[in-house]
Design a protein around this ligand. Structure first.
Ligand SMILES: [Zn+2]
Length: 140
């Protein structure tokens, strides 16, 4: 029997499968890592690329998990608070280094507060500080 003839299982009833949405955004900022020996100890900037992943296993009637525009707007709001700033001076990084790890966590927490509900939740935020290095903060 070809898989095409097998009975279709509704994705709404299958808790082992999920829809995963991802949007990509960016911001530019300066930082200086304390207690760090390396290039990032000196004041400098990055163009961070931010990936935001949202998951859920049931769709709205319109076939969407959540409108991409909603995720993009919430992300823009958080990134506007970081864009063209000296990150070390922000309240969010008063007690922690503005490393890519902590930036990913800050964005994850902010977006989770804003977007998580019964059907959608933020599962991962990745902060790329260069083309070859990124840090992610995830939740199962
Ligand atoms: Zn750096």
């Amino acid at each position: 029997m070809s898989p095409r003839n097998s009975p279709q299982k509704s994705p709404r009833e299958d808790n082992d499968t999920m829809y995963e949405l991802k949007i990509i955004s960016q911001f530019a900022a300066a930082h200086q890592l304390r207690e760090f020996e390396g290039e990032c100890e000196n004041l400098h900037g990055h163009n961070w690329k931010i990936e935001v992943t949202a998951c859920g296993n049931s769709l709205e009637k319109n076939g969407l998990l959540i409108d991409f525009r909603v995720i993009k707007a919430a992300t823009k709001k958080v990134l506007d608070g970081l864009d063209h700033k000296f990150l070390n001076e922000l309240e969010s990084f008063k007690d922690s280094n503005p490393s890519s790890e902590n930036i990913a966590r800050h964005i994850f927490k902010s977006l989770s507060r804003e977007l998580n509900d019964e059907t959608v939740r933020i599962t991962k935020v990745t902060a790329w500080e260069s083309d070859s290095a990124c840090a992610s903060y995830t939740a199962p």
